[in-house]
Structures are given as structure tokens and as C-alpha cells.
Design a protein around this ligand. Structure first.
Ligand SMILES: Cc1ncc(COP(=O)(O)O)c(C=O)c1O
Length: 484
């Protein structure tokens, strides 16, 4: 052992590198096994002997041996010296190991359906104009939030119940939703999850069986489409008219209907009150369950916001879904769902089973943030700011590219669609814009089935006026070059 580890383990260097001695020694020993310097079957000296030779404590050596035994590199039997295991032999970089083919990737149907999907869009770059879906986190009151977090962290020691949905957040958020969105529910119906996407995914799994039909708006939200497809549903895209989803164009009877009534995703269209009633009546008679995704309804600029479907009538089964990633900042990782009474118990069981639980101290911090009025104040301030930014972007685009695109400003939300001529390849335009430093989504991939429009989906909330102007300049330049 001494011969093998001498030269491999430099204790002083390990200490200087700031690594713990245990971690460093574990690393060196693991490497020695992987490189074949310690072959399978080799019996190591006793921990007492190793500690003496390496001039470290016996505790350190015991931790190293325990760690490597747990990883499967060493066999340790009571009272015997550790032995290098044979299972690791294929990892040796010898000729015979290289000749063996890697084990085949065996994926479930669920994984295959997920892999086929183009959602979530794998964009790891920091957000650039005009990437949709983002609010301006530079404007968030981070100091106030930090105080709420600090107090909630201290409160952990005093916590008595083990609820996964913070009762303080359930009641503060429900009050907020009743006042601002007109929902009707008891606090226990409000479940807190790490995101709205997690809520949609769980609801899909609770409601759908493989082969069931699910409707969603087309164009529509890719995150929902993937969740429905992954659950095995046959997803039907239902076209939109001026009032929202055109119910009468749907053919097969749906088990589930996904809609975004406040600001249709991505067009921004508001579902009229009549269409809401019609949809609820249709769901009640056909036995379909509705997911109402109210993702950015907090920001409404023109006219009065329309109350949530969930609170309109209690005849249909409606899951109301929301997120804090738009109203606060995208990394907060908290969303929620108002679950029909009949689903409350199974939903909590599904949450626990799948581990879809929001960090409770963060939930408590948010409860205080809401109860003290900070969330409502932030939303009021951001509504003014985003409203001005929407108008600014519309003006800037009309000035730089008004002859190439047309915009119907959405009455709220954080993004808009600029429609292009039907002959323009919007995916190619998005690629060209990306080369110029802009992050813009093409409209056509948002359709479920045949794309009937071409356009660009642009976020305006996260960008200040100079950023909007600069982006619009680039967009105008690229569009003037497109379609020639
Ligand atoms: C329409 C819509 N629903 C849901 C979500 C998901 O929100 P979260 O970030 O909480 O998963 C988004 C996020 O962009 C969205 O655009």
C-alpha cells in the first residue's frame, strides 16, 4: 500500500488545495484502482497500519475505506482487511475492456416520448433580448426578499407540523388569488410545487391514461404538450379564433383540455367571458378536466382583467395552475395549483411520491413576502414598467420593420407575437437573429400539427428601453435581408 500510495498521495498538497484529507485520499485511492495500480483481489493493509504509514488518523482512513466500499471499489468484511473488488475490472483501460461494447441504452416509452419532444428548449445561455418568458429580475426587491428568507430560515427550528405545503403560504396566496383572480377554493386545495411545469406534469399523470385524447390550443405551450404526450395522451391541437380556443373544431372527445385563458400562449389573446362559459359547459357535459394555466396573468394593461375560469362556475373539474417565476424572478422555483376538492388527497400523495415539493422555508419566506404586501407592490410596479416596455417594443418594431411584420399588442403578459408573411421561414430568421446576438423564438414550432402562421415570439418584459431599441434595430436589419 505504501509503495502504491507514495507518490500518489501528497498530504501537504492536499491540505493546501483546501480539499479535505478524506476526500483527497479517497480520490487517490479510487484513481489507483481505476488505473489498475491496485488490481482486483488486492488486499490492503489494515486501517491501523495505513494510518501509521500515511501519518493520518485512523478515523480518516476509516472514512476513506467506508466511502470506497460504498462506491463498490472495496469489499470490507467485519474484522478483515479491505479487498479491491473485481466488479471494477471493466473500467480498467486495458485492451479487453475497450473491446467490449457499452451497455445498450434501454429507455422506457415515457423516456422515448420525452426525448422526441423539442421542449424544454435547451438554451443554456444567459437570457438575451427578446427571449420570452422572463421578467426583469434586476427590478426585483432582492433585499426585502433576503430579509424574508432569513426570518424563514430561523423559523425552521420552531416548526411543528410537517406539511409539504406551507399553511402560511396556502392562506396568504389564496387570499391574493381570491382578490386578484376571483378563484374559489379552500386553502387545502392550494398545493405548492417547484414550478408550474411540475404541476402540469403531475396533473397529466393523475388524469390521463395512455391513449386518452387531450386538447390544447394551437399554437400553444410546448411544456404542456410534452407533459400530455409523455403521459401517453393523443394530443389534438385546437385552433384559435378571436375569442380563444375554437371548441367546435375539436373532433375526438377529450379527457383533458389545456388552456391559457388570460394571455393565450403564445399569441397573448384574451379568452372572452362567453368562450369561458362555453368551455366550462362543454367540459361539464363531456366529462373533460380542464387545466387553466394562468402563468403571467398578474400583468394586465388594457381593460379589466377577466376572472379565472376556476372561479366562474363549479360544475366542471378545473385545475388552476400558476407560477412565481414570472411575478417574482425565474429562479425562485415555486409554482402552485388549485386542485379540485376530489383530487386533494391523491394530489398530495403524488407530490410526496414524486418528490415534487417546494422547499418549505422558501414557501414560508414567500408567505411573508405576500402577507406584508411586497408581492402586490412589486406586481403593481412591474405592470407599469412592462406596459411601457410592451408599447416601446411595438413602436420600435413598427419603426424598424413595420413593413415586414404585423403586431396585435397583447392586453397583458410579458411577450408578443410579430406575424411575418406566410412565405417567410421563421425558423431560419430566428437562426439569423441568434447569430446577431438576439434570442427570438419562431412561431411555427408552437403549432400542434400544421403551422398556419409564421412569426416571431418576443419577450419584452425583461429588457430596458436601450436594449429594446438596439434589438429592434438588429431585427429590422435581419428582416430586410430575409425573403429576398
Ligand atoms: C404558458 C406557461 N406555462 C407554464 C410555464 C412554466 O412556469 P414554471 O417556470 O413555473 O415552470 C411557463 C414558463 O415559461 C409558461 O410560459
Amino acid at each position: 500500500m505504501r509503495e502504491v500510495l507514495s507518490g500518489l498521495v501528497d498530504i501537504e498538497r492536499a491540505a493546501e488545495a483546501g480539499d479535505t484529507l478524506t476526500r483527497r485520499l479517497s480520490h487517490e485511492l479510487r484513481e489507483a484502482i481505476l488505473k489498475g495500480a491496485l488490481l482486483p483481489g488486492r488486499r490492503l493493509p489494515s486501517s491501523r497500519e495505513l494510518a501509521r504509514q500515511l501519518k493520518v488518523s485512523r478515523n480518516t482512513i476509516s472514512s476513506v475505506i467506508d466511502q470506497l466500499a460504498m462506491e463498490g471499489f472495496l469489499d470490507v468484511a467485519q474484522g478483515r482487511r479491505p479487498v479491491v473488488t473485481a466488479q471494477r475490472a471493466p473500467l480498467l483501460r486495458g485492451k479487453s475492456a475497450a473491446a467490449k461494447p457499452a451497455p445498450a441504452l434501454r429507455m422506457s416509452q415515457w423516456a422515448k416520448r420525452l426525448q422526441k419532444s423539442d421542449w424544454p428548449i435547451r438554451d443554456r445561455e444567459p437570457p438575451r433580448p427578446f427571449r420570452p418568458g422572463f421578467g426583469d429580475f434586476r427590478e426585483f426587491p432582492h433585499e426585502l426578499w433576503a430579509r424574508c428568507l432569513r426570518r424563514a430560515a430561523r423559523g425552521v427550528a420552531r416548526r411543528e407540523e410537517l406539511s409539504i405545503n406551507s399553511p402560511a403560504l396556502q392562506s396568504a396566496l389564496l387570499r391574493h388569488l381570491v382578490e386578484h383572480r376571483g378563484v374559489r377554493a379552500a386553502p387545502r386545495q392550494l398545493v405548492i410545487l417547484p414550478s408550474a411545469q411540475a404541476a402540469i406534469e403531475l396533473i397529466a399523470r393523475l388524469v390521463l391514461d395512455a391513449g386518452d385524447v387531450a386538447w390544447m390550443e394551437s399554437p400553444g405551450y410546448g411544456g404542456a404538450r410534452t407533459a400530455l404526450e409523455a403521459a401517453g395522451a393523443r394530443v389534438q391541437g385546437i385552433s384559435l379564433d378571436r375569442s380563444g380556443i375554437s371548441i367546435e373544431t375539436g373532433s375526438s372527445r377529450p379527457r383533458l383540455i389545456f388552456v391559457t385563458p388570460s394571455h393565450q400562449y403564445p399569441t397573448g389573446r384574451l379568452m372572452s367571458i362567453n368562450r369561458r362559459r362555453q368551455l366550462l359547459a362543454f367540459a361539464a357535459t363531456s366529462g373533460a378536466t380542464i387545466i387553466e394555466d394562468d402563468y403571467d396573468s398578474e400583468f394586465h394593461y388594457d381593460g379589466r382583467p377577466v376572472a379565472a375560469l376556476q372561479g366562474l362556475e363549479q360544475t366542471a373539474s378545473v385545475f388552476y395552475v400558476g407560477t412565481f417565476s414570472k411575478s417574482t424572478f425565474h429562479d425562485i422555483r415555486l409554482g402552485y395549483a388549485l386542485v379540485p376538492e376530489a383530487y386533494v388527497e391523491i394530489f398530495e400523495q403524488a407530490q410526496r411520491h414524486s418528490g415534487q415539493i417546494g422547499a418549505v422555508p422558501v414557501q414560508d419566506a414567500l408567505a411573508e413576502f405576500i402577507a406584508d404586501g411586497h408581492l402586490a407592490a412589486h406586481i403593481r410596479r412591474m405592470s407599469r414598467l412592462y406596459h411601457a416596455r410592451r408599447d416601446h417594443l411595438v413602436r420600435a418594431l413598427n419603426a424598424t420593420a413595420g413593413d415586414r411584420l404585423s403586431i396585435v399588442p397583447p392586453s397583458g403578459g410579458m411577450q408578443l407575437v410579430a406575424t411575418l408573411g406566410k412565405q417567410i421561414d421563421d425558423r431560419a430568421v430566428a437562426v439569423r437573429l441568434a447569430e446577431q446576438g438576439l434570442s427570438v423564438r419562431p412561431l411555427s414550432p408552437h403549432f400542434v400539427g400544421r403551422a398556419t402562421d409564421r412569426g416571431l415570439f418576443l419577450g419584452f418584459a425583461a429588457w430596458n428601453e436601450p436594449e429594446i431599441e438596439q434589438g429592434a434595430e438588429i431585427l429590422g436589419r435581419v428582416l430586410r435581408g430575409a425573403g429576398r
